[in-house]
Design a protein around this ligand. Structure first.
Ligand code: GLY
Length: 503
C-alpha cells in the first residue's frame, strides 16, 4: 500500500516530532501507512534521524524565505514526494505561503490559513473584534491606544489596575508569543512601557511608519488557569479538539516580570491537569464552534490549526465555569504540540481528514492512560561576551555531548531544535535558543495518582540532565554544561490534586 506522505513545514522541534509520530504511531482504526517528513528543519535534524534510525524524511528548502518554501512545496507536490503539508511557523502564514502554493494549484494540499485570515494571529486587535463578533468571551475590558501617547497609556493602566488589579500591554502584531507585558502595580507602568517600546519600535516603524499611530492593545489582566487548546479544522468547518496542554512560558518559576520574561515556552505537559470531558465540551461550545462558524461566514475558512490561549475558571468541584480567550494562534503551539502529538495514535489520519473535509468522521485517538512531559533545554548564561542566555543574548556553536544509549534505555525522546551539524568535525553543535527538547510519556496504572506518576516522570527527565547525559560543552569550561532548564515543568499535577482532591 502507498504511504500517505505528510510534511511538517518549519525548523523547530514540533515539526520533527510530529513527523516522527506520523510515521511511527500505530492506530487500530487508521493504519495508514503514513510517512512524516520535515520541510526544511535544522541542519542537525537529518543527521539526528539517521543516527537514531528514525523513519522521517526531509524536503530541503535552501533558505528561510517564503519564496523558497513555496518553491520546495510546489515541487514536492508535483513530484509526489509529498501528499499534504501542515505549516508550523506563523511568519510563513503571514507572508503568504498558502497563497503562493494555492496559486500553483496545490492549495487543497496545504493546512494553514491564507493571508486573508492570518490577522487572527497576526493582529491581536482585529482578533479581539472577531471574537466580539463571534460572541467569544475575552478580557473584561480592552482598548486600543496610540502607543506613543504615554499619557493615554498611563490613564488606561491606572483605570484597569483599579478595576481589575492588573493590566497587560500587548504589541498587537507578530511577536513570537513575547509581546505581552503584565503590570501589577502603578510603579511598574513606566518601566514596562519603556521596555516594550524599546523592543518594538523598529517593528512599529517598519509596519506603521513614523507618522501614523502605533496601535497598542491594553487589556485588563485576567486570572484563572491557563490552558492551551489545539483545534484541527477542516475545509468544511468540521473540527476536532485535540488533548489539552499546559504551557510554561515564563523563563523561571514564579510570576512573570522584567526579570522573568515570557519566552517561547520552557516546557509543557499534556493533558492539562484540569482537562475533563466537561472542559472539552465547554471549549467546543463557547470557543471552537463560534470561531469556526464566524471564519466560515466571513469566507476565511481553510483547513487549519487553531491554537487559542485561554484562561479557564473552575468551581470547587472542578467544573469549568468559563473560558476566556487571550489570543488565537493559527498554528500548533511550541512546545505544546510535542506532548500533544506524543499522546496521539492517528495524527496522519487527522491531517488527511482535515484536507479531505471529513474531520467529523475522524476523532483523535488519544493514549488516554498516558501523560506526556516535554522539557526544553535552552542555551544558558555565559560565553565570550558574557551573554545572559535564553531568551536574552546567546552564545552558539558549542559542541553537544549526548549519551544516546542512555536516552534510548530510558525511553526519553530527544528532539533537536536550534541545533547545527558540523560536517568537518562530524558533531552536533548548539545554535541558539531552545537547543533540544526532552519528551517522555508515562502510563498511569489502575489505582495510581496522576500527580505521583508525573513526579516520577519529571524526576526521570531532571535526572538525565543532572547526571549530565546531555550537555553543551562551554568553550570556557570543558567540564561544564551550557544548557539550562526549568525544574518545575509538570508540578501542577500534584498542585491540582492538593487543591481538588486533598492530600
Ligand atoms: N508556547 C507558546 C507559543 O507557541 O506561542
Amino acid at each position: 500500500m502507498q504511504h500517505v506522505k505528510i510534511g511538517f513545514v518549519g525548523t523547530d522541534g514540533r515539526s520533527l516530532l510530529a513527523a516522527l509520530e506520523t510515521s511511527r504511531a500505530t492506530s487500530d482504526l487508521y493504519p495508514g501507512p503514513y510517512q512524516g517528513l520535515v520541510v526544511r528543519g535544522t541542519p542537525a535534524m537529518p543527521h539526528w534521524a539517521v543516527k537514531l534510525n528514525w523513519p522521517v524524511g526531509f524536503v530541503a528548502v535552501p533558505e528561510n524565505s517564503v519564496a523558497a518554501y513555496a518553491e520546495a512545496l510546489i515541487r514536492a507536490f508535483e513530484e509526489e514526494v509529498l501528499d499534504l503539508a501542515l505549516i508550523m511557523p506563523e511568519a510563513l502564514i503571514f507572508n503568504g505561503l498558502v497563497d503562493r502554493v494555492a496559486a500553483a494549484g496545490f492549495g487543497d494540499r496545504l493546512i494553514g490559513p491564507d493571508q486573508n485570515a492570518a490577522f487572527v494571529e497576526g493582529d491581536k486587535i482585529a482578533c479581539k473584534r472577531l471574537c466580539r463578533e463571534a460572541g467569544i468571551p475575552v478580557a473584561p475590558a480592552w482598548t486600543e491606544v496610540d502607543a506613543r501617547n504615554f499619557q493615554t497609556v498611563l490613564g488606561v493602566c491606572l483605570d484597569y489596575l483599579h478595576d481589575f488589579g492588573g493590566v497587560v500591554l500587548k504589541y498587537p502584531y507578530s511577536a513570537g508569543g513575547k509581546g505581552a507585558r503584565i503590570i501589577l502595580n502603578a510603579w511598574e507602568i513606566k518601566e514596562v512601557y519603556d521596555v516594550l517600546m524599546q523592543d518594538y519600535k523598529d517593528d512599529y516603524t517598519r509596519l506603521c511608519g513614523k507618522k501614523a499611530a502605533w496601535p497598542l492593545l491594553i487589556e485588563a489582566r485576567m486570572s484563572g488557569v491557563e490552558i492551551s487548546f489545539t483545534i484541527f479544522v477542516d475545509k468544511k468547518g468540521h473540527y476536532q479538539i485535540l488533548p489539552t496542554a499546559l504551557d510554561y512560558p515564563e523563563r523561571f518559576e514564579g510570576p512573570p516580570g522584567l526579570d522573568n520574561p515570557i519566552t517561547g515556552g520552557m516546557g509543557s505537559i499534556s493533558p492539562h491537569p484540569l482537562e475533563s470531558p466537561e472542559l472539552l465540551a465547554l471549549a467546543a461550545e463557547t470557543l471552537a464552534r463560534p470561531l469556526v462558524n464566524t471564519l466560515k461566514e466571513k469566507g476565511l475558512l481553510r483547513p487549519c490549526v487553531l491554537y487559542p490561549g485561554c484562561f479557564v475558571s473552575f468551581d470547587q468541584a472542578l467544573r469549568p465555569k468559563a473560558i476566556r480567550v487571550c489570543e488565537v494562534n493559527v498554528r500548533p503551539g511550541e512546545p505544546e504540540f510535542q506532548p500533544v502529538v506524543k499522546r496521539l495514535r492517528n495524527l496522519g489520519a487527522l491531517i488527511q481528514a482535515m484536507a479531505a473535509g471529513h474531520l467529523d468522521q475522524v476523532a483523535p485517538e488519544v493514549r488516554q492512560n498516558q501523560i506526556s512531559l516535554c522539557l526544553a533545554l535552552v542555551t544558558g548564561p555565559g560565553g565570550p561576551k558574557q551573554q545572559k542566555g535564553y531568551p536574552w543574548s546567546l552564545t552558539k556553536g558549542e559542541v553537544l555531548d549526548v549519551d544516546f544509549d542512555y536516552f534510548e534505555k530510558k525511553k526519553i525522546t530527544l528532539v533537536p531544535s536550534a541545533m547545527d551539524y558540523d560536517d568537518d568535525e562530524a558533531c552536533f553543535k548548539s545554535d541558539g535558543s531552545r537547543v533540544v527538547f526532552l519528551v517522555a510519556n508515562a502510563t498511569v496504572k489502575e489505582g495510581q495518582r496522576r500527580g505521583h506518576v508525573v513526579e516520577n516522570l519529571r524526576q526521570k527527565l531532571l535526572n538525565a540532565y543532572d547526571q549530565r547525559k546531555i550537555r553543551v560543552i562551554p568553550r570556557e569550561n570543558p567540564g561544564g554544561n551550557r544548557l539550562a532548564l526549568r525544574r518545575d515543568i509538570g508540578r501542577h499535577f500534584s498542585l491540582a490534586e492538593e487543591l481538588w482532591i486533598g492530600n
